[in-house]
Design a protein around this ligand. Structure first.
Ligand SMILES: [Zn+2]
Length: 158
């Protein structure tokens, strides 16, 4: 438990307190963004999402909890010119973040090049409630884990 980011967990737990009855198949439009407000996006997804908690070198350091949607379920509304990108190793994942406040609100994951990884903690608090179901992804052993994970299916077109 020591590797958890308590603040992120608190947000997730708080969101789970406000459970509501709904079909998990209905898509809901959520809005979100970075801290300073320059980056804004919308994402259409089920009201309950699987959030991946990965232990790879970068996810561990930035507590990169994320859910994955297909490309066409995500739309950047503003701030494209205020994004910067960090890549490393195979340079497949595009770790995008706001140049001003440093917050990563979404990115292109290595696991899902045809989708976006979205930070549930960057979804607006005054909008619809996003319920999260945290799953662990053993990114330290990425090649082994990816073939056994359901994360690949998350960016398939709905
Ligand atoms: Zn920002």
């Amino acid at each position: 438990m020591s590797s958890f980011n308590l603040e992120a967990l608190t947000v997730l737990v708080r969101r789970n307190v406000f459970k509501r009855m709904s079909s998990t198949e209905d898509l809901v439009l959520f809005h979100g963004g970075c801290h300073c407000g320059k980056i804004r996006f919308q994402v259409s997804t089920t009201p309950v999402v699987d959030v991946y908690n990965c232990n790879c070198s970068i996810c561990r350091k930035k507590q990169n909890l994320h859910f994955v949607v297909p490309d066409d379920s995500f739309k950047l509304l503003q701030g494209e010119d205020n994004l910067t990108c960090y890549t490393f190793n195979q340079h497949k994942a595009k770790h995008l973040f706001c140049k001003t406040c440093g917050v990563q609100s979404f990115y292109k994951p290595r696991s899902n090049p045809n989708g976006y990884g979205v930070m549930p903690h960057c979804i607006d608090e005054d909008g619809p409630v996003l319920e999260t179901n945290v799953k662990y992804f053993d990114g330290k052993n990425w090649e082994k884990s990816i073939v056994n994970s359901d994360i690949l299916a998350k960016s398939e077109k709905r």
